[in-house]
Design a protein around this ligand. Structure first.
Ligand SMILES: [Zn+2]
Length: 272
């Protein structure tokens, strides 16, 4: 059985529609440039959400070859992140990857169209909703250290994260929710924050990777890392620590932005 590769038109569309940026959350990589001689440089890949061939990551037997080649089955990723999602399909299910592409397309669209001029957003309402949201996020606190041995997530923090995820299910945030900040820009930042929380939560509650003694979550086996630990064990520990650190960084960045908006130091109507 052959590979159901994307056509070059589909690849170009995937890249163009996200303004040639890797859609992996928090990845700053722009994938295209040109050499001084005018040759194309491309660090990106049209990644298959569901693999192009049997045996590949997230392969779905139920799809037809056309569906496997379809735009909807693709996401634009830098070479590193294309490799990461394919090496670890359990952490990155198809729905997640597809969601990244959609979210990035949305933000690319927004940066072209801008915020509709006639949209009449009540700024004070946005601020007050953001304040409520930020208050709910305040419990997401834990220290991240360079050494994975010392990453400890208190149980209270996990409870707060669980509640945030429960109240803000993927793609189903009701605009009437008292945290929903209404404006597309501030809401997109809220979405990013929640998605980062989701990544932390699912990572640390995976009992194959993390252990909870009733009070804190720690990486399984991290306390025993020493010079004789096999390399793959250290790699495993570093990997889960990396996912959590990266997500916490993104969460913190989002909260920083939202604080600016809530305090009135930034106005979502003026940032285009
Ligand atoms: Zn990337």
């Amino acid at each position: 059985m052959g590979r159901d590769n994307f056509t070059s038109a589909t690849k170009s569309a995937l890249a163009r529609n996200v303004h040639f940026r890797c859609v992996y959350p928090g990845c700053p990589r722009v994938t295209h440039a040109s050499t001084p001689q005018g040759q194309n440089v491309n660090l990106g890949q049209a990644a298959h959400v569901s693999a192009a061939a049997r045996g590949g990551p997230r392969f779905d037997n139920a799809l037809t070859p056309e569906q496997r080649r379809a735009y909807e089955n693709g996401a634009w990723l830098c070479a590193n992140h294309a490799k990461l999602v394919d090496d670890d399909p359990l952490t990155f299910p198809g729905e997640t990857i597809r969601g990244w592409q959609r979210a990035m397309e949305e933000s690319a669209r927004e940066s072209v169209y801008g915020v509709p001029m006639n949209a009449n957003f009540d700024f004070s309402e946005i601020c007050s909703k953001l304040e409520l949201f930020l208050k709910a996020c305040r419990g997401v606190v834990f220290r991240v250290c360079r050494d994975p041995k010392f990453i400890q997530v208190p149980r209270e923090c996990v409870v707060v994260m669980q509640d945030l995820i429960r109240q803000c299910p993927k793609d189903h945030w009701r605009p009437v929710h008292h945290w929903h900040s209404l404006h597309p820009i501030t809401h997109a930042i809220q979405e990013r924050a929640i998605s980062a929380v989701r990544r932390i939560f699912y990572e640390i509650t995976d009992y194959n990777k993390w252990y909870c003694d009733g009070y804190t979550y720690v990486i399984l086996g991290a306390a025993n890392v020493w010079s004789l630990t096999p390399a793959q064990e250290i790699a495993r520990i570093n990997k889960t620590a990396g996912i959590v650190c990266e997500a916490l960084l993104e969460f913190t960045e989002c909260i920083g932005h939202l604080n600016e908006y809530a305090a009135g130091r930034r106005h979502p109507g003026n940032i285009m």
